[in-house]
Design a protein around this ligand. Structure first.
Ligand SMILES: Nc1nc2c(c(=O)[nH]1)N[C@H]1C(S)=C(S)[C@@H](COP(=O)(O)OP(=O)(O)OC[C@H]3O[C@@H](n4cnc5c(=O)[nH]c(N)nc54)[C@H](O)[C@@H]3O)O[C@H]1N2
Ligand SMILES: Nc1nc2c(c(=O)[nH]1)N[C@H]1C(S)=C(S)[C@@H](COP(=O)(O)OP(=O)(O)OC[C@H]3O[C@@H](n4cnc5c(=O)[nH]c(N)nc54)[C@H](O)[C@@H]3O)O[C@H]1N2
Ligand code: SF4
Ligand SMILES: [Mo]
Length: 699
């Protein structure tokens, strides 16, 4: 690894962890040939890091890193190293061939919420300007899209947390729904611990008694897929107990009467039957929230990754609004965004229906503004395309996507109904993947581009609070490796659109600022220099002398009339409920050691040794009734397929529920089993609930 020339031998670079949306501050220190990680005091992590953060630099130095493009001469042939020119020519000739035979929309792009703002922006622009395709979406569709859609409906804007993390410590009560912070954002636990020390109460809703739930004042061990009924039930009790803030409802919201009517049938014993949460606990939770002077409701993937994720989040927002909390100090509704740039990644145009600055691709004013920034004619910007799962489902079909470019995602592992998804990926005429390693998806590719990693490039990320932070370059990428911005620019160049793209992050960011100006997510006043000086800048920030906006909604919501909107929503079953054939619930999620599809963390010895393979978590009583002992192989079957995994017994899970981590491929892959039933609005698949059966297995 080459030091940057002209700098002293021991160097320290302040940057951020490459993984989750907490974007913990860390320093990279170079004494010898390799970089090591040091924790750093930053407002989000306050010196803390999780084990993924501590070991992140190992991923830079892995011997199996890609250092040259790989190409396959024919389908089924072997991958072989190739020069950049050859690989780029292969990509452009495949794009031309597919588009001339099937039209511009036959080439698709799939991006990721781990990409910097600069990359996400360039990828969205590349799809619209250089490819002229409607077909672009990204993995955030599988992440926080339900919460985003609900927030836009209710508040008129989607910033995951409309307040800074520090507010958590001062909240009198917090309802944390389907979030396992202790494993998914460990340094954030210090905020909840401080909140409880300040006599605040923490209520955790999860089918499992996770480490997060164990640390709570009250744990509601909910039946998977029933969060909406819980929210309506809590609002029912709040109405009966006079916990409502009538003045707030009158002056700052609209639509409450319809919600009052809708929740009038959610009396506690009915909600107990639906959710499995005892009436006494429902009352206790409503009281803790209703009597607290300040209160927050936070959701994560548990309630959101459901085929009714949007309605479920709306039900929790209704509760927060009825209690009069949004826009008040230490209070409100928030979504805990997951990916490193999960927030920024959803603002700059890599989503099927979106243009930069959180603009809409079907809005005439938005289109003409972005056309002017891009220097293209408005009518050349294509319209909205398919959502993520729908795009994967279309691969290789008539009228579907025949050539796909993937940047920053590993869909072979992370898309639901993986058996089918893999078949579709194999049916493509052409697949190009940009990654650091031969990921599970890259294994299927015709061309793989080796990408620079986080410490080898510059760029900005927007964390779960809406704080724009700076990723600094600490080292050069290995010879033969290029940044995604360089790759995107080079492909565009070959397609005749080179002048529209830059491979320099700072130049791209200058354009992001202009393109986002006046939009909902306005970055115009954010500069690299300001981020360095101010420990990040919160959007919206419309001018360089604007302080940024840590907290939203103090005076008005972002709706046209400034009022937040209530939406009446009704409980409905999950798309698939247990029955005689498939009697159990299966849910999926994460463990502390692994990140997402595991391409990175499965390559770190310490993390891989701790959790080397997939498993299925089940209650000892359930296991006993099937004659299954700890460590036994189990066949888990759903209507989509079968997975073979070892049993992990724990009394911390409901007796009717199985849990599997989704980080692994092979026979234990959780997504072989999951249901691609989609939310009608957000198009989020139902990762968190399906019906399953188990048998004791054998190799
Ligand atoms: N270690 C680690 N940390 C990560 C990541 C990672 O892969 N690994 N990924 C990052 C990303 S992108 C994301 S999106 C976040 C996700 O962060 P979280 O949302 O905290 O993670 P999950 O484990 O997917 O789901 C949280 C909890 O939902 C529960 N759950 C399952 N079904 C239901 C249900 O029906 N209702 C309710 N209320 N709860 C349910 C699960 O038991 C689980 O404990 O984590 C981020 N941080
Ligand atoms: N069953 C089940 N499935 C799920 C979930 C679940 O809870 N249950 N959660 C869903 C959620 S919330 C998410 S966010 C998705 C995540 O699913 P994926 O998008 O598949 O997850 P990652 O592992 O983050 O994929 C990123 C890939 O790109 C590479 N990469 C990282 N950064 C860059 C970069 O800057 N440039 C390039 N070129 N490559 C990069 C990594 O090495 C990795 O291979 O999974 C979803 N799938
Ligand atoms: S909590 Fe997230 S950002 Fe912080 S060290 Fe762990 S993975 Fe990195
Ligand atoms: Mo995510």
């Amino acid at each position: 690894m080459q030091p940057i020339s002209g700098l002293p031998a021991v160097q320290t670079f302040d940057t951020h962890c490459p993984y989750c949306a907490l974007q913990c501050g860390m320093s990279l220190v170079r004494g010898g040939p390799e970089l090591t990680v040091m924790a750093r005091d930053f407002p989000t992590n306050r010196g803390g890091l999780c084990q993924k953060g501590w070991t992140a630099a190992e991923v830079l130095h892995r011997p199996d890193r890609l250092t040259s493009p790989l190409v396959r001469d024919h389908k089924g042939g072997a991958l072989r190293p190739a020069a950049w020119d050859e690989a780029l020519d292969r990509i452009t000739s495949a794009i031309r061939a597919v588009q001339s035979e099937y039209g511009p929309d036959a080439v698709g792009v799939f991006g990721g919420g781990g990409l910097t703002n600069e990359k996400a922006y360039s990828l969205g622009k590349f799809a619209r300007v250089a490819l002229g395709t409607t077909q672009i979406d990204y993995n955030g569709r599988f992440c926080m899209s339900s919460a985003a859609a609900a927030s836009i409906k209710a508040f008129g804007i989607d910033r995951g947390l409309p307040f800074p993390l520090a507010d958590i410590e001062r909240a009198g009560a917090i309802l944390l729904v389907g979030s396992n912070v202790a494993e998914t954002m460990p340094p954030l636990m210090q905020y909840f611990e401080a909140q409880q020390k300040n006599r605040g109460s923490l209520i955790v809703v999860d089918p499992r008694r996770t480490a997060t739930a164990a640390a709570a004042t009250l744990h509601l061990q909910i039946t998977p897929g029933t969060d909406l009924a819980l929210a309506n039930g809590l609002l029912y009790i709040a109405i009966k107990q006079n916990f409502l803030d009538d003045e707030f409802i009158r002056s700052r919201t609209s639509g409450f009467e319809a919600v009052r009517r809708a929740v009038s049938s959610y009396w506690p014993d009915r909600v107990e039957r639906i959710t499995g949460i005892p009436e006494k606990q429902l009352n206790a939770a409503a009281r803790l929230l209703g009597e607290a002077s300040s209160a927050m409701i936070l959701t994560a993937r548990g309630p959101e990754q459901q085929s009714k994720g949007v309605d479920t989040v709306l039900a929790f927002i209704n509760l927060a609004l009825a209690l009069g909390k949004p826009g008040k100090l230490y209070s409100g509704y928030g979504c805990l965004t997951g990916q490193g740039n999960g927030q920024g990644g959803r603002e700059h145009g890599q989503k099927a229906d979106q243009l930069p600055g959180y603009r809409k691709i079907d809005n005439a004013d938005d289109r003409s503004y972005i056309a002017s920034v891009w220097g293209v004619a408005e009518q050349t910007i294509p319209g909205p395309g398919r959502s993520a799962y729908e795009m994967f489902d279309s691969l290789g079909t008539d009228g579907g996507v025949r050539g796909l470019l993937v940047f920053g995602s590993n869909p072979a592992i992370s898309v639901p109904r993986a058996g089918h998804t893999l078949q579709r990926l194999r049916a493509l005429d052409f697949l190009c993947v940009s990654d650091f390693f031969v990921s599970d998806t890259a294994e299927l590719a015709d061309v793989i581009l080796p990408s620079a990693q986080w410490a080898e490039e510059e760029g900005t990320m927007t964390n779960l609070e809406g704080r724009v932070v700076l990723r600094r370059r600490a080292t050069q990428p290995p010879a033969g490796v290029r940044s995604d911005l360089e790759s995107i620019q080079a492909i565009a160049e070959r397609l005749g659109f080179g002048e529209f793209f830059s491979s320099e992050a700072r130049e791209v960011f200058a354009e992001v600022r202009r393109a986002s100006a006046g939009g909902a997510a306005d970055y115009y006043g954010v500069t690299y220099e300001r981020i360095e000086r101010e420990d990040g800048v919160f959007w919206p920030c419309a001018a360089e002398d604007h302080p940024g906006t840590p907290a939203l909604f103090a005076d008005r919501f972002a709706t046209p009339d400034g009022r937040a909107r209530f939406y009446p929503v009704e409980h409905r079953s999950a798309a698939e409920e247990p029955d005689d054939e498939y009697p159990l619930y299966l849910t999926t999620g994460r463990v502390i050691q692994h990140y997402q599809s595991g391409t990175q963390t499965r390559r770190v010895n310490q993390l891989r040794d701790a959790v080397p393979e997939s498993f299925v978590e089940m209650h000892p009583s359930m296991a006993a009734s099937y004659g299954i002992a700890s460590g036994d192989l189990v066949r888990v079957t759903t209507r989509r397929g079968t997975a073979l995994v070892k049993a992990q017994l724990t009394p911390a899970i409901r007796m009717d529920t199985l849990f599997m981590p989704f980080h692994f491929g092979g026979p234990g892959q959780a997504n072989l089993l999951t249901n691609p039933a989609l939310d009608p609005v957000s198009r989020m698949p139902e990762f968190k609930v399906c019906a399953a059966r188990i048998e004791k297995g054998s190799e």
